[in-house]
Design a binder for this molecule. Structure first.
Ligand code: MN3
Length: 207
């Protein structure tokens, strides 16, 4: 059976300072993400994980294939595992600040320009009621980028949408530093987005 492990961060806990603080990064990764990882392994085991050997993003894309008794847990813990993995990978201490390339061209088409894309995304992110995520996804049915929101740990894969960039808008992601000021968190986060990584994800889908 596939055993999931806590993915390593591509940078050190303090390297996203001053935008994302060290203590938040450490707790978020070693406690929260670890708990989703453990929960995913336990959930898979409880439904006989050996019969679901494919990677978690494939499982989330087809949750109906999971016995109903285990579906909620797989959705939550599998989503939590996969969402956070992407969250870490799409941040960097060396952000160059703009997507460039084909991704920025797509933003120009659907959002006017990059600055307006950021504005719309930020407004959506701060509008989330309770806990959830704000996403830039690729919708392969209509061959376009979209901004979507999901609740709790629901993954865009469960909507058959390919996540390109995701922002964790659970309080555990920002409360130690920003308390209730969610917009401050969102605006800090823009400074550490790894646009090379996000742009490559987009290019791989659209080449
Ligand atoms: Mn989180």
């Amino acid at each position: 059976m596939v055993q999931y492990e806590l993915p390593k961060l591509p940078y050190k806990y303090d390297e996203l300072e001053p935008f994302i603080d060290t203590q938040t990064m450490k707790i978020h990764h070693t406690k929260h993400h670890q708990a989703y990882t453990d929960g995913l392994n336990k959930s898979l085991e409880s439904i006989g994980g050996a019969s679901h050997p494919q990677y978690i993003s494939s499982i989330l894309s087809d949750l109906k294939s999971i016995p109903e008794s285990g579906r909620g847990d797989i959705n939550f813990f599998g989503g939590g595992y996969e969402n956070h993995k992407l969250f870490w990978d799409t941040m960097t201490p060396n952000s160059d600040g703009t997507p460039g390339g084909k991704l920025e061209d797509a933003m120009d088409v659907y959002y006017g320009n990059f600055e307006n894309f950021k504005k719309v995304f930020s407004e959506q992110a701060i509008s989330i009621k309770g806990s959830g995520w704000c996403w830039l996804v690729f919708n392969s049915t209509f061959n376009k980028i979209e901004i979507i929101l999901t609740s709790n740990q629901d993954s865009p894969w469960t909507l058959q949408k390919h996540p390109l960039l995701g922002l964790d808008v659970w309080e555990h992601a920002y409360y130690l530093k920003h308390q209730n000021k969610r917009l401050d968190y969102v605006e800090s986060w823009w400074n550490v987005v790894n646009w090379d990584y996000v742009g490559n994800r987009f290019s791989e889908l659209t080449d």
